[in-house]
Design a protein around this ligand. Structure first.
Ligand code: OOG
Ligand code: MG
Length: 253
């Protein structure tokens, strides 16, 4: 398998907004190989001057696993070009077939070179926020195997953060996604691994296992508590989660 060629094909698909075929259709590859391809894929963004601003956890809820037909926790990188301002504008033409999902975000208080326990989770962050993640699979029809989606940097394409709030319990919060004021998705934060802070614990563990320790100020998206919904030009989308408030994006052509 030519990792470089697969990474280049996925990166080009993202840059040209043109979907590509699933590598798994004619190749068997391992999760480990898929992460090796993801690294090359993301490194191409770094070479273009972007930098790592965070990471995102995927398939941390049953709702997401069932929607996409895959059943394992995955993680991808968030780069500087993916971040949008709250209330800002997102241009559909920069994406292939983008979907939005409501998420919870954490911000790291300091560098971390070891795994943490659940009890330590609230001590390693300085804030929490509501977020919207924009995912945009580079595969045709938004269909993939677990290896395919990992190689594709877990569909990472965009994100927007609400106001940073003081560290607090984020359990049992109602989470909703609205399009033009209409509720499109609703769920509960406990759908994220039974406890959104568990997603943070797993993010730290994965970063240590992969030899890419996390650093101060990195953002961690805990994974969606609800299925994702396709967005369309002309709408205003908003996510909210009780005390964390809300965050919005305007979608244009
Ligand atoms: C993969 C990304 C999954 C989440 O929050 O579970 C994800 C996808 O669904 O395309 O971001
Ligand atoms: Mg997500």
């Amino acid at each position: 398998m030519n990792y470089n060629a697969i990474a280049a094909r996925l990166d080009t698909a993202a840059q040209q907004q043109k979907a590509t075929y699933q590598t798994s259709k004619d190749n068997t590859y391992s999760i480990q190989e898929a992460y090796a391809i993801q690294s090359i894929n993301v490194a191409r963004r770094y070479l273009r001057g972007q930098h790592r601003v965070g990471l995102k956890m995927g398939f941390t809820s049953k709702a997401k696993m069932e929607q996409m037909g895959v059943h394992d926790l995955i993680w991808g990188k968030l780069t500087s070009d993916m971040q949008y301002a709250d209330g800002g504008t997102l241009q559909m033409s920069k994406f292939i077939h983008p979907r939005a999902e409501p998420e919870i975000a954490f911000r790291l208080k300091h560098d971390l070179d070891r795994s943490i326990t659940r009890d330590e989770a609230t001590e390693i962050i300085d804030s929490v926020a509501i977020a919207i993640e924009i995912i945009d699979s580079r595969y045709e029809a938004f269909k993939f195997s677990l290896e395919d989606v990992i190689a594709d940097n877990c569909s990472s394409a965009g994100f927007v953060l609400g106001n940073w709030c003081d560290v607090q319990a984020v359990n049992d919060l109602p989470i909703t996604l609205t399009f033009d004021g209409e509720v499109i998705q609703s769920g509960n934060s406990n759908a994220i691994l039974g406890d959104p802070y568990q997603s943070l614990v797993d993010a730290v563990r994965l970063s240590i296992e992969h030899g890419e320790p996390l650093t101060k100020d990195l953002i961690i998206l805990a994974g969606a508590a609800t299925p994702a919904s396709y967005i369309k030009a002309g709408s205003s989308i908003e996510a909210s989660a009780g005390p964390l408030g809300s965050v919005s994006l305007n979608i244009v052509e």
